[in-house]
Design a protein around this ligand. Structure first.
Ligand code: HEC
Length: 146
């Protein structure tokens, strides 16, 4: 090979291969910010969570949130679902997120999990997230699962 082609060939490889790799990562990996995939690839496992010590009560400052009591149940449920941080792990539309699976829209299932905090999920006490709040959240999740 002629040496004067060495630099152009290497430059071409860098210009073509590097962006192609980055585009491939963006298209394929669900865990990059450039993620363009709308659904989780079943080939990937969810984010691993490390648990340090026993579950503790979760009391963020936002627990003093104000929700319009006259708003329809589903709307209140959505506001609570976002304010309590459920959306951060379970997806804004209750579709499941990188951390938590799709929450089954059933009051009993919700109550049982919220009070117990399985697999790295925070524990929410009755005085923070009441059963009444959970009823509204269930209504919201049901409305998203139609
Ligand atoms: C820090 C992340 C996080 C937050 C915040 C969180 N969850 Fe979870 N949740 C999880 C994880 C992880 C699991 C799955 C645990 C397991 O491995 O079983 C889970 C499980 C659940 C389940 C059981 C899943 C099923 O089979 O239906 C329900 C219901 C649920 N969460 C509801 C909620 C609600 C309601 C809130 C807000 C009050 C909430 N979660 C807040 C992470 C979270």
């Amino acid at each position: 090979m002629n040496h004067r082609f060495a630099v152009p060939i290497i430059a071409t490889i860098v210009v073509v291969v590097l962006p192609a790799t980055l585009i491939g990562v963006a298209l394929r990996s669900p865990y990059t910010h450039a993620n363009l995939v709308s659904r989780f690839d079943s080939g990937y496992t969810r984010t691993e969570q490390a648990e340090v010590g026993p579950p503790r009560l979760y009391r963020p400052a936002s627990l003093s949130i104000q929700v319009d009591a006259t708003a329809p149940m589903e709307e209140r449920g959505k506001a609570l679902y976002v304010a309590y941080g459920c959306a951060g792990c379970h997806g804004v539309n209750g579709e499941g997120g990188a951390v938590g699976p799709r929450p089954i829209p059933d009051l009993e299932v919700l109550r049982e999990n919220v009070r117990r905090g399985p697999g790295g999920m925070p524990v929410f006490a009755e005085r923070d997230v009441s059963d009444y709040d959970l009823t509204a959240i269930t209504a919201y999740l049901k409305s998203m699962n139609k």
